[in-house]
Design a protein around this ligand. Structure first.
Ligand code: SF4
Length: 386
């Protein structure tokens, strides 16, 4: 199968707001499905309980908001409105539950609304520690143990250590395949167009993990053989897009602006951990350890000390990037409050950047293309800032 066939399938999955794959998977396996909001949830636990984890990333630019707006004030981001719209339209009925990870007040409030709107469904607000010491670890371990009990009750399947280890191994393989994809894009960006990488990531929100890993491996094999010309583009890191996702048209506009995006933080939950989770006698403890000490620095996670921008600077250097594009969802407090710290770290390191906001249904992608294109041109003409 060539890259185009794989990407065509990914785009069909991306646009399918009726979640046909989830319906088909449930009919085929008799299993349950649980949705989760961005950014991160421990999908290994869900999988080990025999449940399909389904990443819900709003409605994109394909959903007309009719009732969702009535639930929220105007000055917050778009993803909760379209998620409510999907829920009220019955498109999420295929899900047997929803998880709302603690990332911001918007998601917290949405979790409470969901409990009232869908009282017959399993709904859990998932708290994450922001102190990375023994107390935080114990809190998180208890939170995960409780979640596991809930999931087992929902599916009727016990997540034994053997099942947990098997799920951990599958998600380790998936993260490795994604890391390979990112490394190939960085080394030879002409072989992995960013819009294709984005669609592959989005497919991973829905597909069962081993099926997604197989798809990634097929794509990697085909991409390595592809004959696409290398353009005189500027290498940039895109950051701030970890929750509400940009529409595909915006991703395409960015890649057609003269930029090669060589790293980014979209669909970040799939790459939240930096290394493998250990398997062994205490798999639940290993999942907790991985979250506590081996995850990326992002706006929704507290970083001790005064070095919040250090991870971003390292990302730029390790990818040999020439600049950074800060792109955040409009009214996204975590991203926009984090941005000045990232900008200061870049300025101190002499790395140029530009910034804009978007929403998942942004239609004005030409403006974004022009801004990214002007940024790329300025780097070509003048290089790094003094
Ligand atoms: S886009 Fe930002 S503000 Fe909105 S739900 Fe996500 S993290 Fe919260």
């Amino acid at each position: 199968m060539g890259t185009q066939d794989i990407i065509d399938r990914c785009e069909r999955i991306y646009r399918d707001l009726d979640f046909g794959y989830v319906h088909e998977w449930k009919a085929r396996t008799g299993g349950k499905a649980v949705g989760f909001m961005p950014v991160y949830v421990p999908r290994e636990l869900i999988h080990a309980a025999g449940i399909l984890p389904v990443g819900i990333m709003g409605g994109g630019d394909d959903v007309e908001i009719i009732r969702g707006d009535a639930y929220f004030q105007s000055y917050i981001c778009h993803i909760p409105r379209s998620t409510v719209e999907l829920g009220l339209a019955g498109k999420l009925d295929v899900l047997d539950g929803m998880l709302f990870p603690a990332i911001c007040d918007v998601i917290r409030n949405l979790s409470g609304m969901w409990q009232m709107m869908f009282a017959h469904k399993y709904v859990r607000y998932l708290d994450f520690p922001q102190t990375f010491n023994d107390a935080g670890r114990e809190f998180y371990r208890a939170e995960m143990a409780e979640l596991l009990v809930d999931l087992e009750a929902l599916s009727g399947i016990q997540a034994t250590p053997e099942r947990l280890n098997a799920s951990i191994a599958l998600y380790n393989a998936n993260r490795r395949a994604l890391a390979e994809l990112y490394d190939l894009r960085s080394a030879e960006p002409q072989r992995v167009p960013t819009s294709e990488l984005y669609l592959l990531l989005r497919a991973g929100n829905v597909l069962e993990v081993s099926e997604h890993t197989a798809m990634l491996q097929q794509y990697l094999a085909a991409a390595r053989l592809s004959q696409r010309p290398l353009r005189d583009n500027v290498r940039v890191v895109a950051t701030g897009l970890f929750c509400e996702q940009p529409p595909l048209s915006m991703v395409r506009a960015m890649e057609n602006s003269g930029c090669y995006i060589v790293d980014d933080d979209w669909v970040l939950g799939a790459r939240y951990q930096l290394h493998d989770t250990a398997t062994g006698a205490n798999p639940l403890g290993a999942i907790v350890d991985a979250y506590m000490s081996d995850t990326v620095a992002t706006a929704t996670r507290y970083v001790e000390g005064d070095d919040k921008g250090a991870f971003l600077v390292e990302q730029v250097r390790s990818r040999n990037a020439e600049g950074v594009i800060f792109a955040a969802a409009s009214f996204c407090d975590p991203a926009l409050l984090d941005r000045p710290m990232g900008q200061k770290a870049l300025a101190d390191a002499g790395i140029p950047y530009t910034a804009f906001t978007y929403s998942e249904n942004t239609g004005q992608v030409q403006v974004i293309k022009e801004q990214a294109g002007t940024f790329a041109d300025s780097i070509k003409l003048w290089g790094a800032v003094a």
